[in-house]
Design a binder for this molecule. Structure first.
Ligand SMILES: [Cu+2]
Length: 707
């Protein structure tokens, strides 16, 4: 059984021989599991390799493009609808070009954001015409099936808008299966029917049908992304960036901005991954499917030597070209499914200025960790002697899956790209840089949001405090593995009162928001909807308790939230109850720490074990807190566990999904819903497309199809 590699090991190996040794070790391990893995899959065809892949997909190094060029490329496709989209976009760019003169390809001559400017954005309509399409792609050397937009890649379909703009996205489903889109991190204030998760805010869009996503970007700015929210289709490539600019964004000046999209990459279609994962027959241990490789802006390095004789073309790493002596904003995002990334650039500090669409006081580190769906903007200064430098994104850092006995053939968890100072030849060998002896790895709880209109509610106790626990199990009556959510609420006498235990499942058809809107207080939701009702403007604390040896990145739709506390402890009573900051970090995905566990058995350590704070990846809370502690749920303090306490204000009427962003886990039921301000939900305008889409989905079902 392979040993897992701690973040510290990877970190100290930054650019050194040690990293190379780790990589070699991985490669040798993956080659020997070839037979086992294919057997494990029960004879199912695991590899989707096509004979023509070498000739069809061979290509040279790709150069980075500034956002505008990428946008133009994203829509350079055929079709009438697409033409209209291109036209709208071109119009928008012309307007931009009045004030921004285009310089050399990889840089904007004028910063997109100028904090000193007092000019307000003039809101406009951003009208897009997107069709979901199926195609074959080769991102990492192996050709596989994929979904994309307008015949192109999802990661190239970039939504770029300004604060205050109205998005009008005409979305047509040209797939053979239903789909829907979600705009991650967008609050959808008063436009909850545009949020996207099927069964929650809309019906699935049947094949051949369309939905118009029409909403205004209120006061948000920063780095977001869009992705499919039907099944696990984002795995298949239906995901891409959603960037919101604002001239008044409170970040330091920079010269150019670039997207760095990180994701794990599976060679198998999401449906078969999901079927395999959930079935107790094929997956009795409940392991998540492990990806084959990782991508940086759609380019990865699958280990082709692991599949001799099969079509596979080793890819040249992605090249990010930046002029010397400039400051660049990199919008780094993890749009993947399962793995967290450690991201760094040899010889360069990263100044964090934005987290999940929240601008923060500049904070300098050497590495950032991005869990699934998390984003950071970092400022990178090209202040070294011109050369090439390695950009590193590693997914191999100590989560339990890294010690699974079998890894996919050719598995490569390390992705690299090149930071190229122009005009150096990007093909020149990257400079070897001595890594810092003690690299600074970002702890997001050290970040402080810049002053904004969003006020942190400083009341010590929330109006509603919810304890959210969960576990994965396959009960005797189940054919499928399920996640079970157990919810309690804190009563005024400081005891936990049970709310419900459920495995989340959205309705196939009648979306929860439609039921709430149409029926109001007469609505009696199915227990599987896992609903918690909130009144307008209540301050809500959610304590997520993780008895699992893996991290879980939790996300709430319709809100970002403050992180009050996160770490590991051996008693709920030791979780800090007093606020430790009056300006805590706010974001929309929180990493809920794994339980400290036995590295061989993966069992959470008993509560009386000692966990060393000095070597732990997480904050360790082992001291009794001052004041009244949180009560201990009965019989629960027997092991160490990971947790996060987050706070949000119920100021956004709607039905909002809260879930683990590892979509396998959501499929298993790891999620709940907040029904926020029922009276206000009933006042929401329900666009005609909502009922129309449900009717079309029903018709599709009537034709003998299944959801
Ligand atoms: Cu999870």
């Amino acid at each position: 059984m392979p040993t897992s590699v701690s973040p510290i090991e990877i970190a100290t190996g930054l650019g050194s021989d040690e990293t190379l040794l780790i990589e070699d070790k991985d490669v040798s391990r993956t080659t020997v599991v070839q037979e086992k893995k294919e057997k494990l899959r029960g004879g199912e065809r695991y590899w989707r390799v096509y004979e023509d892949s070498e000739t069809e997909w061979a290509e040279g190094p790709r150069r980075s493009l500034p956002l505008k060029k990428l946008l133009a490329a994203a829509f350079a496709c055929v079709g009438v609808a697409v033409f209209v989209g291109l036209f709208c976009l071109a119009q928008r760019q012309e307007a931009d070009d009045d004030s921004h003169e285009e310089a050399e390809p990889a840089s904007h001559s004028v910063p997109l954001n100028d904090p000193s400017s007092t000019t307000q954005n003039t809101p406009k309509n951003v009208e897009l015409f997107w069709t979901a399409t199926a195609q074959r792609v080769n991102f990492d050397g192996v050709t596989v099936h994929s979904y994309g937009i307008n015949g192109g890649n999802g990661h190239d379909a970039i939504i770029d808008a300004n604060t205050g703009d109205r998005i009008i996205l005409h979305f047509t489903n040209n797939l053979t299966v239903p789909t829907a889109l979600h705009f991650h991190g967008l609050s959808q204030n008063s436009s909850g029917f545009m949020d996207g998760p099927t069964g929650v805010t809309q019906c699935p869009i049947a094949p051949g049908r369309s939905y118009v996503y029409n909403f205004t970007i209120d006061d948000q700015v920063g780095s977001f992304f869009w992705h499919a929210h039907y099944g696990l289709q984002s795995i298949d490539g239906l995901r891409g960036p959603f960037i919101i600019h604002d001239r008044n964004e409170n970040v330091p000046k920079y010269d150019t901005e670039h997207l760095i999209q990180l994701s794990d990459w599976y060679h198998e279609p999401s449906q078969s991954l999901s079927d395999w994962y959930l079935s107790s027959k094929t997956n009795p241990d409940g392991n998540e499917p492990v990806f084959q490789s990782g991508l940086i802006n759609g380019i990865g390095q699958f280990n082709c030597t692991a599949i001799p004789g099969r079509p596979c073309t080793q890819k040249t790493p992605y090249v990010l070209t930046i002029a010397p002596k400039t400051a660049s904003r990199l919008r780094v995002m993890n749009t993947g499914t399962f793995a967290a990334f450690l991201f760094s650039i040899d010889g360069h500090e990263l100044t964090v200025v934005e987290v999940d669409g929240v601008t923060v006081e500049p904070y300098v580190v050497d590495m950032i960790s991005l869990n699934v769906a998390q984003r950071y903007s970092v400022i990178v200064r090209t202040n070294r002697a011109p050369s090439n430098f390695q950009i590193r994104a590693s997914m191999y850092h100590g989560d339990t899956w890294t010690s699974m006995p079998e890894m996919p053939i050719g598995f490569n968890p390390h992705v690299t790209a090149i930071l190229n100072y122009s005009p150096i030849d990007p093909a020149e060998k990257p400079l070897r840089v001595t890594p810092p002896p003690h690299p600074r790895i970002l702890d997001d709880t050290n970040l402080s949001p810049t002053p904004s209109s969003v006020q942190f509610p400083t009341q010590p106790s929330a109006d509603v405090t919810v304890l959210y626990e969960f576990n994965f199990e396959t009960r005797a009556t189940d054919l499928y593995q399920k996640a079970y959510n157990t919810l309690h609420t804190l009563s005024t006498n400081n005891t936990w009162t049970p709310l419900f235990t459920s495995s989340f499942q959205a309705p196939k058809m009648e979306p929860l928001l439609v039921s709430a809107h149409d029926l109001g207080h007469g609505w009696n939701p199915d227990p599987a909807a896992s609903t918690i009702f909130l009144a307008r403007n209540q301050v809500v604390d959610v304590m997520i308790r993780n008895n699992d040896p893996g991290e879980h990145p939790f996300h709430i739709h319709g809100h970002d939230f403050w992180i009050l506390s996160t770490g590991v402890t051996n008693s709920v009573s030791k979780i800090p109850r007093a606020l430790s900051s009056l300006n805590p970090v706010r974001r929309d995905v929180v990493t809920v720490a794994a339980c400290p566990h036995d590295l061989v058995t993966s069992a959470c350590l008993p509560a009386n074990a000692t966990v060393d704070a000095a070597t732990s990846k997480y904050h360790v809370f082992s001291e009794t807190v001052e004041g009244t502690p949180y009560p201990v749920p009965s019989g629960q303090d027997d092991v160490w566990f990971g947790y996060a306490v987050i706070r949000f204000v119920a100021n956004n009427p709607g039905v909002w999904l809260m879930h683990c962003h590892i979509t396998f886990h959501l499929e298993a039921g790891l999620g709940i819903t907040f029904v926020e301000s029922m009276y206000d939900i009933q006042q929401l305008e329900k666009p005609g497309v909502v009922a129309q889409t449900c009717g079309e989905a029903q018709q599709w079902l009537n034709e003998g199809n299944v959801l």
